[in-house]
Design a binder for this molecule. Structure first.
Ligand code: ZN
Ligand code: ZN
Length: 240
């Protein structure tokens, strides 16, 4: 029988069962040191589309990310462990307002600093890169399912009277049944997102990002939460 792999506490050398450290979990030794594998785990495999997991504080940010077509799970009922494990299992970069979460769980993630959703969006896109063009309005803002086209005739009765005459392209969410149509609200969202993407393209990294590089406190281990850019998400390609 193979003996169970163990990892020594960096402080006192006490061995810890490696099975307790799966999915990036860390343990606090009684001597005060943290026991963990050195590498962060999770995130999309090379070449795979970007996938994100937003913590319970980031619901509005999650909806903006979905609007851009980025697969972003959000479950306000998830606790830290469930969220971290789901992020690893599904190859998602974890977005969180809680610095402790990315210390307790060594998963690939990005700590969000701002409390304001659009500032958060600038922060996240500058960290993970902007999505490829064509994703806008392709995913349900509410449940993250990819939308499908639907002929106007099929849903005529469900549209507001003002939209019925000239509905434009219609999309339906196969997950929750919600209907999406073009209108003044989508025009406003396009404008809002264009401003966000302009800022990202100009190198703005968000509310607290003016002093790039100083976000990481001295002494904090290198390669921590940020720097999670995936290959197929490039900031130099327009989205809208
Ligand atoms: Zn120890
Ligand atoms: Zn939906």
């Amino acid at each position: 029988m193979t003996p169970t792999a163990s990892l020594p506490c960096p402080g006192c050398g006490r061995p810890y069962d490696a099975d307790r450290l799966t999915d990036g979990r860390t343990l606090r030794c009684t001597c005060g040191h943290r026991v963990a594998f050195p590498e962060r785990v999770g995130g999309p495999p090379p070449g795979a589309p970007l996938r994100l997991a937003a913590d319970a504080m980031l619901g509005r940010l999650a909806r903006w990310l979905r609007t851009l077509g980025i697969d972003t799970c959000f479950d306000p009922e998830s606790d830290d462990a469930a969220l971290a494990r789901r992020a690893v299992a599904e190859g998602r970069i974890l977005l969180t307002r809680d610095r402790r979460l990315l210390e307790d769980w060594r998963v690939r993630g990005h700590r969000v600093h701002s409390e304001e959703p659009l500032e958060q969006l600038v922060e996240v896109l500058s960290a993970v890169g902007v999505p490829p063009p064509g994703g806008l309005f392709t995913r349900c803002r509410m449940c993250n399912t990819e939308l499908e086209g639907v002929p106007a005739g099929e849903v005529q009765g469900l549209l507001p009277p003002a939209v019925r005459k000239n509905p434009g392209p219609l999309r339906r969410c196969p997950g929750c049944g919600r209907l999406y149509w073009e209108g003044s609200h989508t025009a406003r969202m396009r404008e809002t997102l264009a401003r966000v993407l302009d800022r990202v393209a100009a190198g703005d990294t968000g509310a607290e990002g003016a002093e790039t590089g100083s976000r990481r406190e001295p002494g904090r281990e290198a390669g921590a939460a940020d720097g999670t850019r995936t290959r197929n998400f490039r900031r130099d390609r327009p989205v809208l």
